[in-house]
Write a protein that binds this ligand. Structure first.
Ligand code: NAD
Ligand code: FES
Length: 279
């Protein structure tokens, strides 16, 4: 059991939770994630560890209500327990002094981008962050990025705040500016990461993306998280979740992410009453 010590809604359907997990808080490194189950029949939900506090023994998780399990989780409150929580999982981000890094996050992908940007900054890199969302209301973590990183560009698709356009457009503008970039990190919805790689590939700068396939065990046993990178099958849970973006087969990932849509729809319909009771 892991107790929820704090819950905060950051934007419509996007929530932050601080959860008691002292061992994970002590061990985790940037880029790693946990898998949790809220209750006995709950799906296993992989979530990046956004931050941790070794003094209070807590980890910070940010998630978006998407299907039945995340809606169930969103109905939990401070003081409730999460049934089980396993981690830290996955390879930590490779951090070194690269020079100037361009960190680009779209939507909820801004949350997993935060620990990586922070670790790159702490390693002595200059980090330029571009974070974006569909509109102003959906922009998350801007204050945290501003205080930990420094240079932050906010974009909205509808122009309601900051740069009017996609994060990929702003990122391209920065690449064409006076400051040479040595590393690009991009996290967000798969079409965004695909567009990012397509846009940035001509500049021949290494591009790291963090993939979010369906995960079950998180230990390389079930094969649920398989992705194709450089023509080879890789397991995002143990070989990733970060990979060379230029080598990822995004079309296959998009197809695989749609595999369980019918079951998700069925789960939402059959458990609708239960969610009503919880919320
Ligand atoms: P969204 O669809 O609102 O997009 C967020 C931003 O990404 C947009 O504002 C835009 O700047 C950019 N973007 C989106 N599509 C683009 C495109 N085709 N070309 C260029 N830029 C584009 O994002 P959302 O609703 O927050 O996304 C949720 C999705 O993100 C879910 O599918 C979730 O699984 C995924 N996600 C992925 C990760 C990860 O680790 N890769 C982490 C969290 C969430
Ligand atoms: Fe099962 Fe990765 S989640 S192999």
């Amino acid at each position: 059991m892991a107790k929820i010590l704090k819950k905060k809604t950051l934007a419509p359907l996007i929530h932050l939770m601080e959860v008691a997990a002292p061992e994970i808080a002590r061990k985790r490194r940037a880029g790693q994630f946990i898998i949790l189950r809220t209750h006995e029949e709950g799906e296993r939900i992989p979530l990046t560890i956004v931050d941790s506090d070794t003094t209070s023994g807590t980890i910070t998780l940010i998630f978006q209500e998407m299907g039945y399990s995340t809606k169930y989780m969103a109905a939990l409150n401070q003081g409730d327990d999460i049934l089980d929580l396993c981690g830290p999982l996955g390879k930590a981000t490779h951090i070194e002094e690269f020079g100037t890094c361009l960190a680009i996050g779209g939507g909820v992908g801004v949350a997993p981008l935060y620990p990586i940007s922070k670790a790159l900054r702490e390693a002595g890199n200059e980090v330029i962050c571009v974070i974006g969302a569909r509109n102003k209301e959906l922009v998350i973590m801007e204050p945290e990025f501003r205080s930990a990183i420094g240079e932050v560009h906010v974009c909205t698709d509808d122009g309601s705040y900051g740069f009017h356009g996609f994060v990929t457009q702003k990122g391209k503008e920065i690449l064409e500016g006076p400051n040479p970039v040595q590393l690009i990190v991009g996290i967000g919805p798969v079409p965004m990461m695909k567009a990012l790689v397509d846009t940035m590939r001509p500049y021949n700068i290494p591009i790291v993306v963090s993939l979010n396939p369906v995960m079950i065990d998180g230990t390389g046993m079930c094969g649920g998280c398989r992705v194709e990178v450089a023509g080879k099958t890789q397991f995002a849970c143990i070989d990733g979740p970060e990979f060379d973006g230029t080598a990822v087969n995004f079309d296959l990932l998009i197809r695989r992410l749609r595999t369980y849509n019918p079951q998700e729809k069925e789960a939402m319909e059959s458990h609708a009453c239960r969610l009503g009771v919880k919320s």
